[in-house]
Design a protein around this ligand. Sequence first.
Ligand SMILES: *Cc1c(COP(=O)(O)O)cnc(C)c1O
Length: 394
Amino acid sequence: MTQNDQEPKGRRSRTRLVHAGRNPSEQHGFINTPIYRGSTVLFPTVEALEGREQAYTYGTKGTPTTDALENAWSELSGAAGTVLVPTGLAAITLALLTAAKAGDHILVSDSAYGPTRHFCDTVLTRLGVETEYYDPCVGSGIAALIRTNTSTVLVEAPGSQSFEMQDVPAISDVAHAHQACVIMDNTWATPLFFPPHERGVDLAIEAGTKYLSGHSDLLLGLVSANGAWWKRLKDTYDAFAMCAGPEDVFLALRGLRTMELRLREAERQGQDLARWLQGRPEVLRVLHPALPDDPGHAIWKRDFSGSSGLFSIILKPCSKQAVAAMLDGLELFGMGYSWGGFESLVIPFDCSTYRTATKWNPGGPALRFQVGLEDIEDLKEDLQRGFARLTAAA
Ligand SMILES: *Cc1c(COP(=O)(O)O)cnc(C)c1O
């Protein structure tokens, strides 16, 4: 039995987000599933203990709190099942260890989240798994890279920091023709804007730290699997006992209820700011797949139903000091890693320091923006003053 056998058919995502993973009649009528903390679970008889046939048997094996989020996420993702891990990066490493074994060759997008590469280049190398990075825009051309021992293809769309779109259905078709597992880091779109398993993904990753949390106050990872991969994922997960903390799961359930509203607002604000930045004389290019002139726009339009509030820009060539003058004085955009919260953020980045399969040569300094829920006019005024500092320092 999978986690998703009870999926109510035909309900739309906003209704699902409100009702998924809740059963007030099982908790004295209270709306939210409470935080269950615990290691030991008691059994009433020797027979029950030896048979382990009750719903909960030990803290690492799940609680009503973790079940609530796992079931809701499976329903939302169209997955056979979901597991919860302490961070988004742990979700990626668990998925890779579920799919790859010693002697395998795996294909990882050159645009993947940086720490994913670090795991492949260190731990997986040590375990005898060979990683080859590929051009994110390869599409069905990935067929030329498949070897007899290729077990796994990792995709991420759009790419971390650089925002290239990937043709996930085309890549999945090729991978499946060779019995390879398709892993996708779906953090940017979430299952609301990209239903991963419908599009051919076997194991989908979400850093719940980002939009699911929505408040920059927790770390969490989720891995969902289709029917073909659910048992293997669950067995691997149980072997690690890499479970998430109960408070974080509870807070993520709270974030889940408003996730679509926050994402839609992030989309609206993000597209507004992206268009405004496109019109600025200091900006060379905006990397945002929802913009019609973005190279990935056609794929985004075909496969995605929305965009989130994270995108990048390339500035016209200027000095490091000029960029620092712009960023250091910003009042509303904080500088820091992660994203998906209610507050706006910006970081400078340079993909050329780690890319190996493709050349990153964007023509100027690069900035990544996370657009929060502040008034967009205040955000523009903050950036306008920033551009004035940049110009003065140049
Ligand atoms: C942040 C992020 C992760 C990792 O999430 P953590 O919870 O910070 O470990 C994974 N993938 C992407 C695309 C991310 O942006």
